[in-house]
Design a protein around this ligand. Sequence first.
Ligand code: XBP
Ligand code: MG
Length: 237
Amino acid sequence: DLAALIWDVDGTLADTERDGHRVAFNKAFSQAGLAWHWDVDLYGKLLAVTGGKERIRYYLERFNPDWESPSDLDRFIADLHRRKSEIFVSLMEEGQIPPRNGVIRLINEAAEAGLRLAIATTTTPANVDALLERFFGASNKQPFEVIAAGDIVPAKKPAPDIYRWALEKMDLSADECVAIEDSRNGFESARSAGISTVVITVNGYTADEDFGGASLIVDQLGESQSPATLLGGVIDS
Ligand code: XBP
Ligand code: MG
């Protein structure tokens, strides 16, 4: 029986990438005096790699190999990324990044229907906290019992580790859960952990990705689908 929904954050709870993370990366670069700029197209290519620190490293290797890197590159990236995270949190606190259609309603209805709720994301925990506080209010009001985020597992999506971590924390098996994702990397991660997945496609970045094998693919949740109508087909399939 279905016991829990496990939600991705970026692209799923909110359309965070183009106008959130990308903007925060660019601000951090300019504050650090770096002449790097990730435009919308380039950022789409960089999304091949999940995790902000990993994405910066991938950018340097693949798109800016001639940049003369400092001797302690790990530390440089960690500092730059810390600043990026602070900027992202501010954008969230200012209300610049709204929830996706139907997401808050569906989460609240799922909780009322007795489903357990968790988060599985590659993003930094502080980003998740800021988003949940903005969308659900004070932390004691938000409905997620487990938040699996960021570096708690070294292998980020598309590896299944983050979903496995969440399953273990909830003491549930894969077939008792449904994952909600927006991207190929996220779908791959949930599927590799054996979890049925609903994909809500998002904007230009993930709409054309291959989601073969997903239980359901929708372009938004809308305001009318109840957890039962949305998930009925998934659970029966
Ligand atoms: C989300 C990501 C994240 C964010 C940035 O992937 O790829 O890396 O872009 O987050 P998913 P941080 O939705 O599949 O979890 O900079 O905080 O790492
Ligand atoms: Mg995502």
